[in-house]
Design a protein around this ligand. Structure first.
Ligand code: NAD
Length: 429
């Protein structure tokens, strides 16, 4: 029998992997040269610490039995318990959850939160199931992963197609199994159950804060700055309102229903009302409709993709005229587009820092649950802004020192923190 090389990866970690895990591995390879002596530990970043696949059988409302596949991956816990959302989506795969868990390790470390990275998923299109069925799926999934989650082990949160109600079911199921009410096992809970004030707006607020920092570095005043935003949901909608309140001109908003544009600036407050009433920006009478492809070509100071992944890609990156791109969404810029934008002189504030406001307030929620002492919304916003500014400053300084992009700098800062913790803890046994 031939021997495997010493560092052979487990079979499920194909080093030539495509898709999100492959992208992540490439990002780690780009950072390795900057890790100095810590690079001896870099293999630790290329494999998840723990990956659990579970079967979730439930009884459907019609009496039939259905099985779903669920995952929980803890990529790294060197700096603290795992942290990351649970996604319900029909296309979720182990490989995708691995990549998302790894990006959570990077995000937590980039903002200097005492967390590692984790992520969960269930392969299901939740739109095809009743609320009662979703509750049974959530509870069985929680029980199946119960052995590896906990306030000191791994703390799930909402992600695509899961919400505060999902977290309430998870918290209740975990608490029932433990025989003790354990609010700190998940974040993103309803406020009535130990959730944090300010959590709903946290990601958009973080986008605004780091967007302002980047604009200052680029010599762009926020007052009068032209902003285009893709996505007018939780992240994009909040960021739009905060920039609007600060005197910027939000000149275009695109969502799944269409795109609205006014070179003199949109009234974000009445647009928000229209979206609440109709479900999207299309048909808003106070602005002209714009071909969604034209959206990317607008002359702006700041472009905020806050909807889906891979929206700025090799097909449209050359058309982008924004001076700064602030990544509200996760992975909105493909690696090819990243290179094009950078060579065109566009400053990209990467997702791992730009949208880290959500996990930062999740951290505050976890801390508040531990102490059973709850902070005011003003306190939360103040602490969030301060942590985001500090994180941005550290990453910006690293970018200047090594003459690299903010994305590479964020990875350098984060991977250094993770591997320093790994090294000082040492290997057991
Ligand atoms: P959301 O569901 O509240 O809003 C999504 C928005 O995207 C909606 O306005 C929708 O119309 C728009 N959209 C959907 N498909 C589109 C398409 N094909 N073209 C244009 N627009 C489209 O979601 P959200 O919570 O605002 O999340 C947006 C992004 O931010 C996601 O990538 C998410 O992973 C990321 N993110 C969210 C949080 C958070 O706390 N909510 C934290 C970190 C990252």
């Amino acid at each position: 029998m031939s021997e495997l090389p010493q560092h052979a990866l487990p079979s499920y970690l194909d080093p030539n992997a495509l898709g999100p895990w492959g992208v992540y591995l490439e990002q780690v390879d780009r950072v390795s040269p900057y890790l100095g002596k810590l690079s001896k530990w870099v293999e630790t970043l290329k494999r998840p610490k723990r990956a659990l696949i579970v079967d979730i059988p439930i009884q459907l409302d019609n009496g039939n039995i259905a099985h779903f596949e669920g995952y929980r991956v803890q990529h790294n816990t060197s700096r603290g318990p795992g942290k990351g959302g649970v996604r319900f989506h029909q296309d979720v795969t182990l490989s995708e959850v691995m990549a998302l868990s790894a990006w959570m390790s990077v995000k937590s470390a980039a903002v200097n939160l005492p967390f590692g990275g984790a992520k969960g998923g269930v392969r299901i299109d939740p739109h095809n199931y009743s609320l009662a069925e979703l509750e049974r799926i959530t509870r069985r999934y929680t029980s199946e992963i119960g052995a590896i989650i906990g306030p000191n082990k791994d703390i799930p949160a909402p992600d695509v197609n899961t919400n505060a109600q999902t977290m309430a079911w998870m918290m209740d199921t975990y608490s029932m199994n433990e025989g003790a009410t354990t609010t700190g096992v998940v974040t993103g809970k309803p406020v009535s159950l130990g959730g944090s004030l300010g959590r709903v707006e946290a990601t958009g607020r973080g986008v605004f804060v780091v967007g302002c920092e980047a604009a200052r570095d680029a010599g762009i005043p926020i007052e009068g700055a032209r902003i285009a935003i893709q996505g007018f949901g939780n992240v994009g909608g909040t960021a739009a309102r905060l920039f609007y309140d600060a005197g910027a001109k939000v000149i275009a908003v695109q969502d799944h229903t269409g795109c609205v544009h006014n070179a003199n600036g949109l009234d974000v407050l009445t647009l928000t009302k229209h979206v609440e009433e109709t479900g999207g920006v299309a048909g808003w009478p106070e602005a002209e409709a714009l071909d969604p492809n034209q959206f990317w070509t607008l002359e702006t100071e700041i472009l905020i993709p806050a909807a889906l992944e891979s929206q700025i890609n090799e097909h449209n990156a050359n058309l982008v005229k924004a001076r700064i791109v602030v990544e509200g969404a996760n992975g909105p810029t493909t690696p090819e587009a990243d290179d094009i934008l950078t060579s065109n002189g566009t400053l990209i504030v990467p997702d791992v820092i730009a949208n880290a406001g959500g996990v930062t307030v999740s951290y505050f929620e976890w801390v508040q649950d531990f102490s059973s002492f709850y902070w005011t919304e003003t306190e939360i916003n103040h602490r969030l802004e301060s942590m985001m500014r500090t994180a941005y400053a550290a990453i910006s300084a690293t970018a200047q020192k090594h003459k690299v992009s903010l994305r590479t700098a964020a990875f350098i800062v984060a991977c250094t923190r993770i591997l320093e913790a790994r090294q000082v803890r040492g290997l057991y046994p």
